[in-house]
Every structure is written in structure tokens, then in C-alpha cells.
Design a protein around this ligand. Structure first.
Ligand code: FE2
Ligand code: FE2
Length: 328
């Protein structure tokens, strides 16, 4: 459904038609889905292109830290599961680029922005995967955080994005469980295996809390996104949900969260985390994380090496078009 030719929303939203804008907001308020051919304000379209493309880039770059462990997974079963998971992430990227294309932007443009270093992707994928336990920690925590973020997106006001998220969320929850199961196996193993799981948790915990984005007071885009029902929970609300779900899981594993200030607040029934080092988050976003350069280099190399495939596909499509034209 995403590949059909679409009028660009830009042309539709050009007349500064306040009546149309009011009707648009009324449809959103009534929980109606906005579809590609519908009127939408230019700012709504731009916000969605930014968010969906960042999301797509994150799925694609997110294949790299885990792909790194496919050949080194400790058993055939683990290899097969990890291979399938990394392949799922590639699929998520494709659904999302396709959803972005319904807003009138070409996928090539979005990919070029990523390769040029001009587009953002999730800060978490700029951290290295040093041991096998990192694959468990990523599934448990990174996919776990992604689910918190993405389940509300299944009710996003933009139809193609919401529908893509339904399938993605189903797969993410499988990823989360396989990651937790890796952690559980390590924690029930030898002392060295449990220490490896603890070390992975120590390194991933804070970057995962940062995945939900800056605190609400500093978040630039939240207000509009909430009014347009693109985003239904704030960064801090989602971070809190994640914390409340994850602390008991860490306790079940017998692992210690690397946060001496972490405490349960009996009055609110919520876990409270200590202060997050936002300077680290800013540095990683600015391109200075441990693996930013490596990740972009890997994507550029993959893009260059895949050039012949795109060329062959174009030539094949051209031949088919010509054959069809001859037959007609
Ligand atoms: Fe994914
Ligand atoms: Fe995932």
C-alpha cells in the first residue's frame, strides 16, 4: 500500500486555509486517522517525515551493533535467533522508509541524509557491543525501551505510520523476550557468566534511559506532537513507565542497577532514578559517542557495495517496462 503514486501533501497544504486546518485538527481530536491523500498542515508533514525517517535510520543503524555478534553467538540456536532479529530490524527500517515516502519524500533523499551525517538516529546505537551479554542487554533493555516508545505510536494520528508500528511492535516484544532469556541464562550460569551480564547492564543502563530523549522541560518538539496525536506520552512519562517495568525484572535476574540513588517511592508507587548525565547524551547526539564514526562508515560501505544491486534492479525494471510497452 505504501508504494502507490501519491500527490505530495505539500501541494495540498499550500493554501493557508484556516478552515481546512481547523477541520484537520477536529479530525485528530475525534481520533480519526489522517491518510496520505488528506489535507495536512505542512508542519505536521515535516514533523512526521523527521520522526519517521529518524526512526527508520535507527532501525537500520541498529542492525550494526548486533550484527557484529552473529558469527560469534555461542550456539546454533542463538545464531539463528540473532540472525532473525537483525533481519527483523532491517524489515522495520523498510516499512518505515515506505511510510515516510507516503508523505512525498523519496527514500533515496532520506538515505542520502543519513549517509551524509545530516540525519539523526537513536543515540543508543553509538555504543559498542563488547561481549555476548551485550546482545542480551540490548534485547532486554533497548528493545524493551523501544516497545514503551512505540506501543503508543500504534495509535498515532497518521495512518501509514500507525499501521507500520503494529507489526513492528509485535516483533519488538519478541526481541525483548529473547534478550531477557539470554540474560536469564547467563545469570543462572557460572559466576563469570553472571559477572558478564552485570557488566553489560552497567554499561547499557544509563544510555537506555537516555533513549527516551531529553527531559520534558527541554524537549523542543513535544507540544505540537502531542496536539497532533503523534506522541501520546511525554519523554519523562515513557521513561518512568520503562523504569517501573524494568526494575523488578533486574531484581528477578539478581542483577544490580548501576544507580545508587534508585529508590522506590511508596507514596506514588513509582521507582525514582538518580540524575541522568545529559552532557553524555548531547555529546553522542553531536557525533562524539564511542562508535558514531564507525557506524556511519559501515553504512556508507554497505551502500557503496550494494550499488550493483540497485543498478541491476533498475535495469530489470526498465526491461520489464519495455517488454510491457511492446506487448501493449
Ligand atoms: Fe526494530
Ligand atoms: Fe528490535
Amino acid at each position: 500500500m505504501y508504494t502507490q503514486a501519491l500527490d505530495t501533501a505539500e501541494a495540498q497544504s499550500k493554501p493557508a486555509d484556516t478552515a481546512a486546518a481547523a477541520r484537520f485538527q477536529a479530525r485528530i481530536d475525534a481520533e480519526q486517522r489522517i491518510e496520505p491523500q488528506d489535507f495536512m498542515p505542512e508542519a505536521y508533514r515535516r514533523t512526521l517525515i523527521r520522526q519517521i525517517s529518524q526512526h527508520a535510520h535507527s532501525e537500520i543503524v541498529g542492525m550494526l551493533p548486533e550484527g557484529n555478534w552473529i558469527t560469534r553467538a555461542p550456539s546454533l540456536r542463538r545464531k539463528a535467533a540473532l540472525l532473525a532479529k537483525v533481519q527483523d530490524e532491517g524489515g522495520h527500517g523498510l516499512y518505515l522508509y515506505a511510510a515516510a515516502e507516503t508523505l512525498g519524500v523519496a527514500r533515496e533523499t532520506l538515505v542520502d541524509q543519513l549517509l551524509a551525517g545530516a540525519a539523526k538516529y537513536s543515540s543508543i546505537f553509538n555504543y559498542p557491543t563488547l561481549t555476548w551479554a551485550d546482545i542480551g542487554a540490548i534485547g532486554w533493555l533497548v528493545d524493551g525501551a523501544a516497545i514503551m516508545n512505540q506501543i503508543p505510536l500504534c495509535r498515532c494520528s497518521y495512518g501509514p505510520y500507525a499501521r507500520a508500528m503494529i507489526r513492528i511492535c509485535k516483533e519488538e516484544s519478541f526481541h525483548q523476550r529473547q534478550g531477557f532469556e539470554i540474560m536469564l541464562t547467563l545469570c543462572r550460569g557460572t559466576a563469570a557468566q553472571k559477572a558478564m551480564a552485570q557488566d553489560a547492564l552497567d554499561r547499557w543502563w544509563w544510555p537506555v534511559l537516555m533513549m527516551f530523549g531529553p527531559p520534558d522541560a527541554q524537549s523542543r518538539h513535544s507540544q505540537h506532537s502531542a496536539r497532533w496525536k503523534i506522541k501520546r506520552f511525554s519523554n519523562d512519562e515513557l521513561r518512568q513507565k520503562f523504569l517501573d517495568a524494568t526494575v523488578p525484572q533486574a531484581q528477578f535476574l539478581g542483577l544490580t542497577l548501576p544507580d545508587p540513588a534508585l529508590a522506590f517511592d511508596p507514596e506514588t508507587g513509582h521507582w525514582r532514578a538518580g540524575p541522568i548525565d545529559w552532557a553524555e547524551f548531547e555529546a553522542v547526539l553531536a557525533g562524539n559517542g564511542p562508535c558514531n564514526r564507525e557506524r556511519l562508515e559501515a553504512r556508507r560501505r554497505a551502500h557503496d557495495e550494494g550499488g550493483w544491486v540497485r543498478e541491476a534492479a533498475r535495469a530489470h525494471a526498465e526491461k520489464r517496462r519495455a517488454a510491457k510497452a511492446r506487448a501493449a
